[in-house]
Design a protein around this ligand. Structure first.
Ligand code: GCB
Length: 595
């Protein structure tokens, strides 16, 4: 009897552990080119700020059997939210929620022989538990990258009920962790799709120019399914180009071919239609070809040095005060970057939506894509290395065919003294390089000291970063120690290009001073002076390859609690949340015109 109990308990435990750990799959790429049925639209929700829904098991959707039965939850009668879209901006009760919302969507399906079905999420912030017809199908952690579940055989003919628990509580060992300077928009923030495929389909591919080459593509195609060994063909009709290859027993085919490509650049953002065809699947994409390298102290695009005229952008539509996700939201942000004079956008501090990256590429904007490895990450926590690796895989997998993306940024403002920080980030750099050797890999640091008007930049991690990416706030967080034109820079890796990834200061738009007043904090004049001084100093920075003001628009950040000037906004924008250009905007615009 005793052994029966023990075995039973053990099996139960293993079962619970297993069920609790069914993680989502890394998603197939290029969803837009697949056979999809959108599950976007209205979803019914239960608001669960105290987290009682887990205990009540709301995904079971129990219904009363007798008149006197009662069940203490129901989706029926609940409010509806739009998917995609953050929940905070949709219902005033949810404005400040960092907690759980249960989402429900019904959909019809008719199973087809030899077809597979996947449920794909563009992103859910931060953690998602997903249930289909009362059964848990898996979980995902991380608010800004796509994931999927295969539901072939789990989906019913007829009506199906999909329930998603979206929980945006902060985790000490999360990515990001507890503290960050942006609004924690929760919910199903990006598209949800059903994707139907053949039994064997093209899951992934990597078609980009080989590092350093202007005419040779080196890449691969990967199949998923039972019929892994097939012939695949890669065609670029405009170039009359077609190459065949055979996939191996793992479903991988490696290809290399040459052509006289018109190269993608900010001036000519040329994309080619590319079609990948196997016996069982076809996927098409629009792909550009360009080379990006660091050569000595220069960043080199298509063989010529380029100055990176960038701006920082958060994924927020300032006018809607909401997470950005529509084509219109994306265009609003990117057009404002173009108008400022940029050829590059730093999309902070997490991977932005896929359409944003595609749109930037089409508009001739180079893209910096970043992991939410921000400031206080618990690198010594036993779960963090796996989370880092999964998120890296998800980010690189999704956008590796976007030639517009020139930088993978793996961290922002982590501290050299944090236990296991260097080890973890060095390992992450190596993993990133193994996934994609064609782009720059960067860590952003603010490890510096400023003495006698000399700015000393150092951090052991810069050894592993292709750029010396520096966030410096001289004139705002750090007062000037002399004339900006005389500020000297002393960089610990003097042979690498230096990129000022952040600088600036806050101003409430319209808070103008009289001409004789000395400019004071929060005024547009004070911010303008910071920019004038910074621009003067840029002339003294050795190997300067680009600058990136913090940031395009004022944006919501609840830690900004000066109620006169901030009122829940970080006011370092060059443009206010109402679209007014501040004086500093014109300084930057002028600088970019000159460069
Ligand atoms: C930084 C951070 C950025 C902040 C900014 C600020 O260094 O990287 O996320 O929002 O400073 O405004 O303080």
């Amino acid at each position: 009897f005793k052994t029966v109990i023990t075995e039973g308990v053990l099996i139960g435990l293993v079962f619970i552990l297993f069920i609790g750990r069914v993680n989502a799959q890394t998603a197939m790429i290029n969803v837009q080119a697949r056979n999809t049925t959108s599950l976007n639209g209205k979803w019914t929700v239960i608001l669960d700020p105290t987290g009682a829904g887990d205990y009540k098991q709301v995904w079971q959707e129990k219904k009363p059997q007798k008149k006197t039965d009662f069940v203490e939850y129901s989706f029926e009668g609940g409010p509806e939210l739009d998917v995609p879209g953050d929940f905070n901006s949709q219902l005033c009760e949810l404005t400040y929620l960092e907690g759980t919302v249960w989402y429900k969507k019904q959909f019809d399906y008719t199973a087809k022989p030899d077809r597979r079905l996947f449920l794909h999420f563009g992103a859910v912030n931060y953690a998602a538990d997903v249930y289909l017809n009362g059964e848990k199908i898996g979980s995902h952690e991380g608010g800004f990258t796509p994931f999927q579940f295969e539901i072939t055989g789990k989906v019913k003919n007829g009506e199906n009920a999909l329930i998603v628990k979206a929980d945006n509580r902060r985790l000490k060992n999360g990515l990001p962790g507890y503290g960050y300077d942006w609004f924690n928009y929760g919910g199903i923030t990006r598209d949800v799709n059903l994707i139907e495929t053949n039994e064997t389909f093209i899951e992934d591919y990597f078609i980009q120019l080989k590092k350093g080459s202007l005419n040779t593509v080196s890449g691969w195609v990967k199949l998923n399914g039972a019929n892994l060994q097939q012939s695949v063909e890669i065609g670029i009709p405009e170039l009359n180009l077609s190459r065949k290859a055979t996939t191996n027993e793992e479903g991988m085919a490696y290809v290399e071919f040459k052509s006289a490509f018109k190269l993608w650049s900010p001036e000519n953002p040329k994309l080619y239609k590319l079609v990948i065809e196997s016996k069982t699947d076809t996927v098409s994409d629009e792909i550009g070809f360009r080379s990006i390298e660091v050569k000595g102290d220069k960043v080199v695009l298509n063989g010529s040095p380029i100055f990176l005229k960038a701006v920082n952008i958060h994924e927020e539509n300032p006018y809607k005060r909401a997470r950005a996700f529509t084509d219109g939201d994306n265009r609003l942000l990117l057009e404002a970057a173009k108008e400022l004079g940029c050829n590059f956008v730093r999309l902070v501090h997490y991977p932005h939506n896929e359409k944003m990256v595609k749109q930037a590429e089409k508009m001739g904007l180079m893209v910096w894509s970043e992991l939410p490895v921000y400031q206080h990450i618990q690198f010594a926590d036993s779960l963090v290395p796996q989370k880092l690796e999964t998120m890296l895989n998800e980010m690189v997998r999704r956008d590796k065919n976007r030639c517009g993306v020139i930088v993978w940024s793996l961290s922002n403002e982590t501290y050299p003294g944090t236990p296991n920080r260097n080890e973890a980030l060095i390992e992450l750099t190596q993993k990133c390089r193994a996934l994609d050797s064609t782009r720059l890999i960067v860590h952003v640091m603010n490890t510096h000291s400023y003495d006698n008007n000399t700015f000393n930049v150092w951090d052991p991690l810069y050894k592993y970063s292709d750029l010396i990416a520096v966030n410096e706030y001289i004139g705002w967080y750090i007062p000037w120690q002399g004339k900006p034109s005389e500020t000297r820079w002393n960089v610990s890796f003097p042979d690498k290009p230096v990129f000022i990834s952040e600088f600036g200061g806050e101003a409430k738009s319209g808070s103008a001073q009289g001409p004789t007043d000395e400019a004071a904090s929060w005024s547009e004049e004070y911010q303008e002076t910071i920019y004038k001084n910074q621009v003067e100093m840029f002339g003294n920075i050795p190997n300067l390859c680009g600058v990136c003001p913090w940031l395009l628009f004022d944006y919501r950040s609840l830690g900004r609690m000066n109620l006169v000037y901030q009122n829940g906004y970080n006011r370092k924008g060059l443009i206010s949340e109402n679209g007014e250009k501040k004086k500093a905007w014109f300084i930057m615009n002028e600088y970019f015109k000159r460069k």
